[in-house]
Design a protein around this ligand. Structure first.
Ligand SMILES: Cc1cc2nc3c(=O)[nH]c(=O)nc-3n(C[C@H](O)[C@H](O)[C@H](O)COP(=O)(O)O)c2cc1C
Length: 403
């Protein structure tokens, strides 16, 4: 079993994550995490905080001389901004009220619901943990899961499909014939992680104009993988369906409000003949191939050998520089909502977090199917399962003569 947890407040001393269930003997260095950590900070429309934080990861446990030990891996990311918040965020007792209390809840943020739930007067006690600063930890843990997936040759990438009203047209969607490296290169070259230059410009313009009017924007991103081995997840129990697990993990990202697998909502508009992916005989005999991938790589909650294609929709950022009406909870009087330093649009960053969550869920599913205590043991289980599929295909080949 593989599991993970995160802890840490946005302006507290540090963020911490623990992941358990990695096999011993896996290569793991902080350098392997640094590209993902850097990508989460990028994207046109991010706020000033990203310039303060270096998001360097330190391993505290579970790794020795660049290899995992099989014990829980703990990561630590220091919040550089903490030094500017010592007075307010000091874990030790202090006299007097904090200087930067928050008292007017932002519509769309966790401020109000969290304050009532945890019986808080200072909304900072809510927003510090509800904030998406926490996603830095998820990206670090996701980058570790990415290394685990590489044992099975699985690669994961993402791109931005839409920012506000600007969407990549159906005909411009990156073709599945693009290699992961090609997709990654084009995405990284774009300020909004959109691999189509024409729409990229329009997206940047949309963010610029939202910023000008004190507004914010959301959007949609897609996460894609290389073809996944058949059989991750299961239909035998509701909570073992991998599509459900992936949707839950993407929905758990702050501000994600919708998830689509494959054709998603579009499938509901089309007849079955224009949705389902026909089988055709492959080579050698017994191997089944598909003519398309509208299912997004999942049927019955189980991976079907196709690449995973999953999308997530992000709502606009809820902190507006032209704030919406709210109420000061100290006085009960109308007051504009609090303005904390904030992003205008964070869809590119969210796509990196989405990739991380997909890596973590796929790693958990792969661990359940091929798990072992050492990399060698995991590889042995993986090979056995791959051989079983080949044996299944050979059975079809033999059966063909009798039926
Ligand atoms: C990468 C990322 C960055 C975000 N940055 C901000 C931000 O700067 N300001 C803000 O108000 N919300 C931001 N959010 C969204 C809030 O964290 C989120 O709306 C809030 O926690 C309430 O949760 P909910 O939207 O899921 O209901 C960000 C989300 C993500 C994924």
């Amino acid at each position: 079993m593989m599991r993970f947890m995160t802890a840490g407040e946005s302006h507290g001393p540090a963020l911490v994550g623990i992941i358990e269930g990695l096999p011993a003997g896996m290569d793991l260095t902080v350098d392997m995490l640094s590209l993902d950590m850097a990508r989460r900070k990028m994207g046109y429309g991010r706020g000033g905080r990203m310039k303060i934080e270096s998001d360097e990861v330190r391993f505290l446990t579970g790794v020795r001389r660049g290899k995992t030990l099989g014990s829980p891996v703990t990561i630590l990311i220091e919040n550089r901004d903490f030094k500017n918040w010592l007075e307010d965020m000091d874990p030790g007792p202090r006299e007097g009220p904090p200087g930067r209390g928050v008292f007017t809840p932002r519509p769309g943020h966790a401020d109000y619901a969290g304050a009532v739930k945890y019986f808080q007067r200072d909304l900072r006690n809510v927003l510090e943990r509800a904030s998406a600063r926490e996603t830095a930890t998820r990206v670090a843990l996701g980058a570790i899961a990415r290394q685990y997936l590489r044992i099975f040759g699985i690669e994961v990438a993402s791109f931005v499909v839409r920012i506000g009203p600007v969407e990549i047209g159906e005909g411009s969607i990156p073709p599945s014939s693009w290699s992961m490296d090609e997709l990654r290169e084009k995405v990284l070259a774009s300020e909004v992680f959109c691999p189509v230059p024409d729409q990229e410009k329009e997206m940047i313009e949309a963010i610029r104009s939202a910023k000008k009017s004190g507004d914010t924007l959301g959007g949609v991103f897609e996460v894609r993988t290389t073809p996944l081995p058949v059989g991750l997840g299961s239909y035998v129990q509701w909570d073992r369906r991998l599509d459900a697990e992936l949707a839950r993990s993407l929905m758990s990202i702050q501000a994600i409000k919708g998830v689509e697998v494959g054709l998603g909502f579009e499938a509901s508009r089309r007849p079955g003949s224009a949705v389902h992916d026909p089988f055709v005989p492959g080579n050698p005999r017994g191997v089944l191939e598909r003519t398309r991938n509208h299912a997004g790589g999942l049927e019955g909650g189980v991976t079907n050998g196709q690449p995973l294609q999953i999308r997530a929709a992000m709502k606009p950022i809820s902190t507006l520089y032209s704030p919406l009406p709210s109420v000061d909870i100290r006085t009960g009087e109308p007051s504009p909502a609090t303005v904390e330093r904030s992003d205008i649009c964070a869809v590119p960053a969210a796509s990196v977090v989405g990739e991380a969550m997909v890596c973590l869920v796929l790693a958990q599913a792969a661990c359940e199917k091929y798990g072992g205590d050492s990399v060698d043991e995991v590889l042995g289980h993986f090979r056995e399962t791959s051989e079983q599929k080949i044996r299944w295909e050979r059975t079809l080949e033999g059966d063909g003569k009798q039926h």
